[in-house]
Design a protein around this ligand. Sequence first.
Ligand code: MSP
Length: 523
Amino acid sequence: MPNKYYLTTPLYYVNSKPHIGHAYTQIASDVLARYGRLSGKEVLFLTGTDEHGQKVDKAAKEAGETPQAFTDRISGTFRELWTLLDIRYDDFIRTTEERHKLAVAAVWKKLHDSGDVYRDKYSGWYCTPDETFWTEAQVLREGGAVLCPDCRRVIEHLEEENFFFKLSKYQVWLTQTIRDGKSFRILPETRRNEVLGFLDNNTLQDLCISRPKSRLSWGIVSPLSDQHVTYVWFDALINYISAVGYGADEKKLNKWWPADVHLIGKDILRHHAVIWPVLLHALGLEPPKLVFAHGWWVQGGEKMSKSRGNVTDPVEIVQKYGVDAFRYFLLREAPFGSDGTFSEEALIARYNADLANGLGNLLSRTLTMCEKYCAGAIPPGQLVKNVGEPKGQFTNDMDKLPGIVMAHMQNLSFSHVLENIWGVVTCMNEYIEQKAPWKLAKEGKQAEVDVVIRTLCEHLKVIAQAIAPFMPTKAQEIWSQLGLSGKPMDMPFKDNMWGFFENGAQIAKGTSLFPRIELPKNE
Ligand code: MSP
């Protein structure tokens, strides 16, 4: 189905409540899904929660709850946040659901039948908080202690029987597939190079995909042994196919697989760019078309995370500044592949400059002038399609804006999309200054005033559509204040969409779109 668009977020661990880092992946995915729908695609946007494993088990114990009750509760807080953030997902999968457990069992069986899973004794290092095995060569030694090379916590030596997946067998296939870049792409380019560098310089070890039940019972029991549960990462990755019917609904699987985009943070790149494509290949399935690894939100120079204690609660930010301003800030402030520093000062500065003074002011001036000089009705008149002077590499040609926006969306360059839209917003504010409709009105040049007002309204209509995936509520407010019926997202969004307003249609000016945030003055 060429017109389908299947995109996924990572499944969030339910060991603690969501923070800005989680909200980021989610908002970016929502914007992508909305653009997909705007361009006429049939979209499946999947998200969910990762509920098994040691971390969750431990968090449940600390909370004095059973793992099931705990995961039900925390999974719910993720869903509540997604509602608050206006995230329109199509499916929410929990790894504790029956449909997922069935798919995991089907994967175990298939890999066992094809000889890609074997049972063996393991003797080596294990990081309990990270649930990861390490070889002698990988561990760090400091003083007398042996440390996890990833999280630098003390690790233990284990000896136990487990099941292994033959990851090593597929190293050559994987390296070639990534180099070739046709069926499986990794973006940004730096991340692709990082994975290729890792594959060129390391020999893949087979992956231990079980944990003895005696050590960890909170997991999906292996169909090969009731004494073992599935390793949490192996379990979690399978969600991307269990949600589309793996092992249960062949037709659905064929419709949606391969996924078009897996959006992830850079910390989970290897799981998605090494283990996952190999696992799919071993199952006889195609790799996802694209894995995009975004950067981190940092605070105090470190990745925002619960364990570092430097998290910001998205709910608080939304209560202070509104959902759409928060969505805008996250995707405008840092290019999607890079890290960004979160601060309320930076958010307020962007809000005032781009939203209050930029777009909000533009809408309010346009509609005030429409009321004052055109009796609140869309005037007749020729359209001007290039307003103001182009800013740097940004266009002032409204005919071309939808095409430019869509091209940047293809590369998930959210900040470039917004820069381009704001390039036009700046040109429009400049156009008002240049034309000074208040002077034209004084001089009795009504036909010229009409051209300016009509031009601004037509431009604002395209702007509302362009920003709708980022700021759905504010886009709708612009739409309604322009007197348009329906929704900006329901209209086709493509180049040369002009002549939209009927002469004489009434606008419906409302309250300020983005009231300026006044900061307390320092004494
Ligand atoms: N459960 C695994 C994913 C399994 S996917 C089959 C997991 N969960 S997580 O809750 O720890 O992280 C989920 C996502 O949030 C990851 O993409 C991670 O990169 C992202 N973020 C968590 N903290 C972040 C920041 N401080 N900044 C940006 N994103 C970060 O990993």
